[in-house]
Design a binder for this molecule. Sequence first.
Ligand code: CTP
Ligand code: CA
Length: 229
Amino acid sequence: RGARATEQDLAGRHVVISAGGTREPLDPVRYLGNRSSGKQGYALARTAVARGARVTLVAGNTELPDPAGVDVIPVGTAHRLREEMVKAAADADAVVMAAAVADFRPAVYASGKIKKVEGQDPEPIALVRNPDILAELSAERAHPGQLVVGFAAETDDVLANGRAKLARKGCDLLVVNEVGEHKAFGSAENEAVILAADGTETPVPYGPKETLADTVWDLVAPRLAETRR
Ligand code: CTP
Ligand code: CA
């Protein structure tokens, strides 16, 4: 990482990264959540700082130490994550959605703890869609030169699903992980292919999340080069 870090190719840039996962409350003690640890988003934040960027990290329910020199904004729900990302994106050069955002949230929040009733089956939990933050950030960019990066975890037809998702979201880069036993969620290691809207594909071999993070910035930095600092 040393050689890349000394490049300072993100100097003068503001990058905004989401990390972790959202939790959608059902009642005061329960939520709908996911297994995202936030490690990939934090690796993106650390490597961006090393390359000279000003970094805002919107962190969903992570238990990781704040990276040095990073503005960390903790959030719980998809709604809060969206709010903070849209706000921080206003003056960002690049926006990276590494967080696992819940696609659905419980339709109703019970202000009191849901109790079981003797002899009765539980009520089904109705869900509603959450906003698609990546699609919104891609469609409503704060300025035309702003770069938007998404992540996708797929279990099957990884490349075909990734290409379709890149087009659907309208982002510039999509980091596609194959989810498996020792990959992605919770792990310190990752393997991915980074798909670009311009058609290029960059495979990233199995290795530390820091390496994947640096490869993301390797692709972001030259794409920012044409825009004004
Ligand atoms: N994402 C988002 N808002 C959502 C859901 C996802 O911003 N409500 C972002 C994630 O942060 C990620 C990208 O979209 O960068 C892809 O997430 P993924 O769950 O793979 O995509 P979905 O469109 O939700 O498709 P799927 O049905 O496969 O879950
Ligand atoms: Ca999803």
